[in-house]
Design a protein around this ligand. Structure first.
Ligand code: HEC
Length: 130
């Protein structure tokens, strides 16, 4: 599985690595992910009591991947429309949610905004690794 990052997105990524974007990643994580994964991302959010499936600790992704943060897998998993989780699961499909939320900015902007938010979250998660 390979994800090709278009040039325009590379620009978004370049500017996303600055400190404010990591804050965006953190705020987005707390808003959309912490209910299940917990504010500390260790998998103990309040919704876990209602889920049959165990919610994974997101601070050990690097540790579980031979010391390398699985950036592309994380992007695919969070986007949810392609790749490893395309078959479904308890986690919402954030690629669709973020695009829908930005739909009134136009199709192109909605796509870019969804990808930017997912990337910001991925960089934030990378910064949390043990
Ligand atoms: C409704 C609860 C719920 C919410 C909300 C949720 N997740 Fe998850 N997440 C899960 C469950 C359960 C799994 C394990 C099963 C699966 O992969 O679908 C998981 C798996 C993952 C994985 C894969 C971890 C691994 O060890 O392979 C990542 C990365 C992840 N979630 C990130 C996120 C991010 C980022 C958000 C917010 C944008 C989020 N999740 C929101 C429940 C949730």
């Amino acid at each position: 599985m390979e994800l090709r990052i278009p040039a325009a997105l590379a620009l978004v990524v370049a500017s996303a690595i600055s400190a404010p974007a990591e804050e965006i990643g953190e705020a987005t994580f707390q808003q959309y992910c912490a209910t299940c994964h917990g504010l500390d991302a260790k998998g103990e959010g309040p919704l876990t009591e209602l889920l049959l499936e165990k919610v994974p600790d997101l601070t050990v992704l690097t540790q579980e991947n031979d010391g390398k943060f699985p950036m592309l897998d994380v992007i695919h998993i969070v986007d949810g429309r392609t790749g490893v989780r395309a078959h479904g699961g308890p986690m919402p499909v954030y690629g669709r949610i973020f695009s829908a939320e930005a739909a009134d900015h136009g199709t192109y902007s909605a796509v870019m905004e969804a990808r930017g938010r997912i990337l910001s979250i991925a960089y934030y998660l990378e910064s949390l690794q043990n």
